[in-house]
Design a protein around this ligand. Structure first.
Ligand SMILES: [Zn+2]
Length: 126
């Protein structure tokens, strides 16, 4: 008994080292993953909660492009056909979208991107 006590009182000192460094390593290995998770969560929260006029405008432009493509498919219009706002207004349940910062929309032709006249509102086309 006394011997066991003696050993176990010695062992923790020896075993604590590798044991705690094992945990240290585990935490250290997981930390980047945790950080990535944390930052991507923060990012999502930011993207969802902060909607800038630019975001709204770019969303409008994307909807216009989708409506334009839809309209072209339905009417059989080929690439290069000019599209007017009257042609695609019916695709928007709340009426034709307006730029939140007063930009003017250029719907453009079939197969071309729609644009806002505000240089800050250009849709990133990848
Ligand atoms: Zn705009």
């Amino acid at each position: 008994m006394a011997r066991t006590t003696h050993i176990s009182s010695q062992l923790p000192r020896r075993f604590h080292g590798p044991y705690s460094s094992h945990w240290y390593n585990a935490v250290r290995l997981c930390l980047p993953a945790l950080l990535i998770l944390a930052t991507s969560c923060d990012h999502n929260v930011l993207v969802q909660s902060v909607t800038t006029p630019r975001d709204i405008c770019i969303n409008n432009v994307r909807q216009m492009e989708a409506a334009k493509e839809d309209w072209a498919r339905r009417t059989g219009a080929t690439g290069g056909t000019e599209v007017t706002s009257n042609s695609i207004t019916s695709f928007f349940t709340n009426g034709f979208p307006k730029c939140p910062e007063g930009g003017r929309y250029e719907i453009g032709r079939v197969g071309e991107p729609a644009t806002c006249s505000d240089p800050k509102h250009q849709v990133p086309h990848e």
